[in-house]
Design a binder for this molecule. Structure first.
Ligand code: HOZ
Length: 431
């Protein structure tokens, strides 16, 4: 029996000086129970904990490790750049290279501004949408998570859903009033909100393929309907591509779904896992950002040289090797089919949602298409499955409300091991 001895004592120690022992709530394992595993290092598809246990990683740092951990060109780029200092607070060539690279890979991004996280990217995009349209309200979807800025913590997914937090103390009613919410995949609910708040809505922000209530896919008529509605009503459509950007395709979810956004936000993928984010869009909109316009947005660490060097190395590799996307999708379909077989044979109720290299299992009888159906799944069963997989060396997200992310360093032997572990785990739980 694996005891997690070092992780347990580190968690004890961490709780003395860090709230809940962690710096981001989901990783505390609170909803699945047990002790969070403290990670020492990672290489390729594998994580290694402080006790020396190896895991096949299905989190990929929540998305950005598309080509696996410690990818050599990324590590070399960081090492080379670090010797030139870690921050200047002044412009660098690398920032131009990053902007040009993103523009060359993605549609509808004429101008792009670097920030430091996905949260910053989304809150800045909303400020810009308000400044550009002169309207105050915006629509988000129940179970979508756009970072922890006040206005997004209304019916949010990820940790807010994981911990069942209904109202976040500290978010004022005034701020929450400008956030309107609709169920994911429900176009008529959005149409109704738009009609009720005629000429008040600046933006609709969406995870175009949702990953913060497990993986949930957009129905074609829903996502295309949002585009048409936004165009018709002078509302900006913001795609939060923090998880899907450069992962679903070189052009992200916009390319995968064939739907154009007005503004796009990115997160850690732009820095190959370094702390960074970005928001970009059409020139006429982005020109409202300071110093061109009066919509103020700034940051000393924005465009940080180490983050830019790392991100350029990853994005360049993805741009030069379009086959990586096919390989990743083929691996994810192989995993889905293998899991489908063992889940089906076990007799448990389940739904697997998958698109590109994002996938998740909900233990549910009914289709999972929105937050309500995700929340209605058997969460205690997921927790048992999570722990049964963990002790077999498979590291899944420690929440039923998170997507799994594959990386291209995974081998078919790793996928077979994962499917075999799922078979054993289900047998153990259902015995
Ligand atoms: N909210 C993140 C995933 N959707 C989790 C981040 C973390 O705990 O590191």
């Amino acid at each position: 029996m694996y005891e997690y001895t070092s992780s347990k004592s580190l968690f004890e120690r961490a709780q003395q000086s860090i709230p809940g022992g962690v710096n981001s709530p989901v990783r505390a394992f609170k909803s699945v129970g047990g002790t969070p595993v403290f990670i020492k290092k990672a290489k390729g598809a594998y994580l290694y904990d402080e006790d020396g246990q190896e895991y096949i990683d299905y989190i990929a740092s929540w998305g950005p490790m598309i080509l696996g951990h410690a990818y050599t060109p990324v590590i070399e780029a960081i090492q080379n750049k670090a010797a030139d200092s870690t921050s200047f607070g002044a412009p660098t060539v690398l920032e131009i290279e990053m902007a040009e690279l993103i523009r060359s890979m993605t549609k509808n991004v004429d101008l792009i501004r670097m920030v430091n996280s996905g949260t910053e990217a989304c809150m800045s995009a909303i400020r810009l949408a308000r400044g550009y349209t002169g309207k105050n309200k915006f629509i988000k979807f129940e179970g979508c998570y756009h970072g922890h800025a006040d206005m997004f913590l209304v019916k949010a997914g990820s940790g807010v859903a994981t911990f069942g937090i209904q109202h976040v103390p500290g978010v004022t009613a005034g701020i929450a009033n400008d956030t309107l919410t609709a169920p994911y995949n429900d176009l008529s609910a959005v149409q109704q909100l738009v009609a009720e708040h005629k000429d008040e809505i600046a933006a609709i922000i969406i995870e175009p393929i949702a990953g913060n209530m497990g993986c949930i896919l957009p129905e074609a008529q829903f996502i295309k309907g949002l585009r048409a509605l936004c165009t018709q009503e002078n509302i900006l459509l913001i795609f939060d591509e923090v998880m899907t950007g450069f992962r679903m395709a070189a052009g992200g979810a916009q390319e995968k779904l064939g739907v154009d956004a007005d503004l796009v936000t990115y997160g850690k993928v732009i820095g190959a896992g370094m702390p960074v984010g970005a928001f970009g869009g059409k020139r006429a909109i982005m020109e409202h950002i300071a110093p061109l316009g009066n919509v103020y947005q700034a940051g000393t660490l924005s465009g940080n040289p180490l983050a830019m060097a790392a991100g350029c190395a990853l994005l360049q590799a993805l741009k030069n090797n379009p086959q990586y996307y096919t390989e990743l999708e083929e691996k994810t379909i192989y995993l889905r089919e293998g899991l489908d077989q063992v889940l089906n044979a076990s007799g448990v109720d389940y739904v697997i949602n998958q698109m590109g290299s994002m996938i998740s299992i909900h233990f549910s009888k009914q289709a999972v298409t929105d937050f309500a159906s995700s929340a209605a799944s058997d969460i205690p069963f997921f927790s048992r499955f999570f722990h049964a997989m963990l002790k077999r060396g498979i590291y899944l997200p420690p929440s039923a409300f998170e997507s799994w992310f594959l990386n291209n360093a995974l081998s078919y032997a790793d996928l077979d091991k994962t499917i075999a572990a799922a078979k054993e785990s289900l047998a153990e739980i259902m015995a």
